[in-house]
Design a protein around this ligand. Structure first.
Ligand code: PLP
Length: 455
């Protein structure tokens, strides 16, 4: 057997992949005879596959490669840190400079009194931390029964037992006996799919008030926290109506419920501000971070925690942590990512240049007969496909149109993911207006071909 490198024929690599590699969220049928697409390198917003295709990645990997691919500074910092201190832990009264510097940088970037960071290796781990942290917080304050957590249907908070339980994806709950007890899910503020004839504002208010109803049902003295993404991502880019978040904030304040904003997708510029909480005008007690923290160059996540919660948690021994909490190489890479983002004014680029250009392109794509509307916040967006534009009707066999469209995207050298029948767009934040034009041309071709197939 020759060494397994990029030089092997694609079919051989695919056969080895199918034989030994179990893929997340994928069936063997989906891989099919074609095998998996093999990505060999990437630069800027483009991926190259083993057949030499140059593919525009309008998903930034999994919503994470905010800086774009191939930034040598990131690799150099990783190599330097590997050679100097590849690993040490932050348990048992030890620390190291990358973790100290990154925690300080995040405290400076985060709004309000979110001044403390508990590191994890991923968004899932960080949400597991949050689950235990909010329960421990209330227990330390003499209220151990204040332990229930309210989340939303169709939310995504990760794939571990705890974080998938916090999430509201029923197809995930069906496997492995989830959710764990003490987690409740209310409706999502998805006006496009569920708002019917209501105005978006009335619908937003109605969905927010489900939180109050659930708190009253459980008893405020039993509810520890509400967790939500400022803009729901994996659920299909659900941008809440303007009435939603102010009402949620009011309800959390009134009932003394901790608010956890899951910023794993929204954080680090995606919505046009450093954090989605700023875009939505909310004041969380804890923010979950991952993905854009390192632009996906190294696996790192964490929880940014407010003074009050941190004071209580730091005063007890919080029996929680991961071998790789604050991993020095990942922390150094994340710090470099944040340095580049600031030096190159990436957040201002999103707000002033890229987001308006994307909005214009999407509004045009929204005129396509197959597209029922445009959901967009900054550089995260979805285009719901519909058989009947005026009524925002759903296809009878949900997911088929989206799957067909995704395949046509691939055929046109474009990565757009589909969530059901919604096409998802979340490009690297460095994308330029010229590149957005190329995206729109390829997306139009894919939509036209899908439309023709469905006729
Ligand atoms: N939270 C949100 C909002 C996410 O979108 C994701 C991943 O997509 C996660 C948490 C889980 O992050 P990870 O895959 O790094 O565990």
């Amino acid at each position: 057997m020759p060494p397994i490198t990029n030089h092997l024929p694609t079919a051989d690599l695919q056969a080895l992949d199918a034989a030994h590699h179990m893929h997340p969220f994928t069936t063997n049928d989906e891989l099919g005879d074609k095998g998996a697409r093999i990505i060999t390198r990437a630069k800027g917003i483009y991926l190259t596959d083993s057949e030499g295709n140059e593919i525009l990645d309008a998903m930034a990997g999994l919503w994470c490669v905010n800086l774009g691919y191939g930034r040598e500074e990131m690799g150099n910092v990783a190599a330097r840190q590997m050679n100097e201190l590849p690993y040490y832990n932050t348990f048992f009264q030890t620390t190291h400079v990358p973790a100290i510097a990154l925690a300080k940088e995040l405290a400076d970037l985060a709004p309000g009194d979110l001044n403390h960071v508990f590191f994890a290796g991923s968004g899932s781990e960080a949400n597991d931390t949050n689950l235990r942290m909010v329960r421990t917080y209330w227990a330390q304050k003499g209220k151990p029964e204040k332990s229930h957590i309210i989340s939303r249907k169709n939310a995504y908070h990760g794939s571990s037992v705890g974080s998938a339980s916090l999430g509201g994806m029923t197809y995930m709950h069906e496997q492995g006996g989830l959710p764990i007890p003490g987690i409740h899910h209310i409706g999502q503020p998805d006006w496009y799919a569920e708002g019917g004839d209501m105005s978006p504002e009335d619908f937003g208010l109605k969905r927010a008030q489900e939180l109050e109803a659930k708190i009253v049902e459980l008893g405020a003295d039993k509810v520890a926290a509400f967790i939500a993404e400022p803009v729901q991502g994996a659920g299909g880019v659900v941008v809440p109506p303007s009435t939603y978040w102010p009402e949620i904030q009011r309800i959390c304040d009134k009932h003394d419920i901790l608010l956890i904003a899951d910023e794993v997708i929204c954080g680090f510029g995606r919505t046009g501000n450093w954090f989605g909480s700023q875009t939505m005008g909310i004041k969380p007690h804890i923010m979950t971070i991952a993905k854009g923290l390192s632009s996906g160059y190294a696996p790192i996540g964490g929880s940014i925690v407010c003074d009050e919660v941190a004071e209580v948690i730091n005063a007890c021994e919080f029996n929680h942590g991961y071998t790789y909490s604050g991993h020095p190489v990942c922390a150094a890479v994340a710090l470099e990512n944040l340095r580049i983002m600031q030096e190159e004014n990436i957040v201002a680029h999103v707000q002033n240049v890229a987001a308006p250009a994307l909005k214009e392109a999407l509004d045009k794509l929204g005129e396509h007969p197959l597209v029922g509307g445009v959901n967009v916040s900054g550089l995260m967006a979805s285009l719901p496909l519909t058989p009947h534009k005026e009524s925002r009707a759903k296809f009878a066999d949900s997911g088929t149109a989206g799957y067909i469209c995704r395949e046509h995207c691939f055929a046109n050298n474009l990565v757009m993911r589909h969530v059901g029948d919604r096409m998802i767009i979340s490009p690297p934040l460095i994308i330029t207006p010229e590149e957005i034009k190329i995206f729109a041309e390829r997306a139009t071709k894919a939509l036209d071909a899908t439309y023709a197939d469905l006729k």
